[in-house]
Design a protein around this ligand. Structure first.
Ligand code: NAP
Length: 470
């Protein structure tokens, strides 16, 4: 085989699948893994694709196997492993070679790495890849940050391996340094909210309406044919329909109610808070993963307060639940896009919102028909401050928010937690309220701390008539 077009380090779940995807798209790829025995196993498993795979047992071998200028993808565990690999590669690479971190990096690390490599002759790309194992193998959504020139050198390969939506690759350059990893982080934050809201609706079916998993599954399958059509709704129906091979019980009933998390949801919330942008539905989703992990405490509290009794408390319609989930989803996406809008200003990225929605339409975990509507909204007005203000979304929200209100109220009365749905509703109600209640907060702040306030009838700082208290 002649020299490879591209290299990849890290043959774990994501790396091995991405390498096969690249080889399948007719690009020769050189691969290396720290534990070299895995490289051999990977090569053996590559079947016909072996003719386009060059297994390497050292970084020196890897570098020599790639045609310069060399693009090398790092698909190793996020964190120190990335810095260690960059340090090793710096000694071996030459002018114009490109190091691409395709893991789930914290974008602050990506910004740092990008600037550390500036002036070294090497360039750095921070690339968010979504779609899990299946996406990596057959077409992920790819969010790229780095210089436009370095992107152009790898654009061909990335477009070939990315998911396609109506023929268009779900891959784009989104801005410099950490832009790609930031957008991937917010993608995951939105994913947390999407999943939490679906779980809340499942909880209403299970604990509020007393339905079995097998009865709930077809409802989600039906919704997947309507406005909620999405990968997450599709897999929800499949998860609910599956049986446990060991016990014959519904699989979902045998799974411990304690959810894991790796950090991207939390990073979304931290960045939103840093910029003062409300992302309450995402925050609620992250917080509830934390609460889910407190299994022993929750069981003790259930004993202390008593188990909720499923009693006849009137019912809710499936149509209302569907519409409520749709309204909540709009709220969560409005928050996610608002965080990206603020970050775009804060970090000088000029993030292209319409393009982001476009490349999320296929390949990634939150892929959905709904993202097509967001794409249209931003294509009509790319300076949109909030999705709630896009004319098409005003219409959708007007139709859907009364259902969200009824479901949140019903869940609260029944004692069923709906933190993400209710946060989305409160956000919407706060956002649409021309005169809120922060006037009182300003009065209180001035009372105890002489912080001053602005009057509605006069510019400049004023103080209240309360004298010196506090
Ligand atoms: P994984 O299966 O655990 O594989 C980790 C890889 O990193 C292995 O090849 C491992 O090599 C290598 N590695 C770990 N520490 C290293 C070090 N200090 N030096 C060199 N190599 C090191 O992980 P994964 O699921 O493929 O994830 C890889 C990256 O993709 C992570 O950043 C993850 O967050 C991100 N990601 C994952 C998914 C997903 O669905 N799994 C989706 C999107 C993004 P050894 O074989 O030698 O241990």
């Amino acid at each position: 085989m002649a020299q490879a077009d591209i290299g990849l380090i890290g043959l774990g779940v994501m790396g091995s699948n991405l390498a096969l995807n690249i080889a399948e798209k007719d690009h020769a790829i050189a691969v290396y893994n720290r534990t070299t025995s895995k490289t051999g196993i990977f090569f053996e498993s590559a079947g016909e694709l072996r003719e386009r795979v060059l297994p390497c047992n050292s970084l020196e071998e890897l570098v020599a196997a790639i045609r310069p200028p060399r693009p090398i993808i790092l698909m190793v565990s996020a964190g120190p492993a990335v810095d260690e690999e960059i340090a090793r590669l710096r000694k071996l690479l030459s002018e114009n070679d490109i190091i691409i971190d395709a893991g789930n990096a914290n974008f602050h690390d990506t910004v740092r790495r990008f600037h550390e490599l500036e002036g070294s002759g090497l360039t750095f790309i921070g690339m968010g890849v979504s779609g899990g194992e299946e996406g990596a193998r057959h077409g992920p959504s790819i969010m790229v940050g780095g210089t436009k020139q370095s992107y152009e050198r790898v654009e061909g390969v990335l477009n070939d391996i990315a998911a396609k939506y109506e023929g268009e690759p779900c891959c784009a350059w989104l801005g410099t340094d950490g832009a790609g990893h930031f957008v991937k982080t917010i993608h995951n934050g939105i994913e947390y909210a999407d999943m939490q809201m679906i779980a809340e609706i499942y909880g209403i079916f299970r604990d509020g309406l007393g339905m079995e998993a097998k009865e709930i599954a077809p409802v989600f399958a039906g919704w997947n044919r309507g406005r909620l059509n999405s990968y997450l709704i599709e897999i929800t129906a499949e998860v609910l329909a599956a049986d446990d091979p060991k016990t014959g019980q519904p699989m979902v009933d045998m799974i411990l109610d304690s959810a894991g998390q790796k950090g991207t949801g939390r990073w979304s919330v931290i960045e939103a808070q840093q910029m003062g942008v409300p992302a309450t539905a995402i925050e609620a989703a992250v917080a509830f993963r934390g609460l889910s992990a407190m299994k022993a405490e929750r069981e003790a509290a259930e004993k202390a307060y008593g188990k909720l009794a499923l009693e006849k408390r009137g019912t809710v319609s499936h149509d209302d639940l569907e519409l409520a989930l749709f309204a909540g989803k709009i709220g969560a996406y409005a928050q996610g896009f608002a965080v990206m809008t603020a970050a775009s200003r804060e970090f000088n990225w000029s993030l292209p919102m319409g393009t982001i929605a476009k490349i999320w339409r296929a390949g990634c975990i939150i892929r959905s028909q709904f993202l097509g509507r967001i794409t249209d909204a931003f294509e009509r007005a790319d300076d949109l401050d909030n999705l709630f203000m896009a004319p098409s979304f005003v219409e959708m929200m007007k139709e859907a928010h009364p259902a969200l209100r009824r479901i949140v109220a019903w869940a609260a009365a029944a004692g069923l937690p709906a933190p993400a749905l209710s946060s989305a509703l409160a956000y919407f109600d706060g956002y649409r309220q021309g005169r809120g209640t922060a006037n009182l907060i300003q009065g209180q702040r001035d009372f105890f701390g002489a912080h001053g306030f602005e009057r509605i009838d006069q510019a400049g700082e004023s103080h209240g008539p309360w004298g010196s208290h506090g």
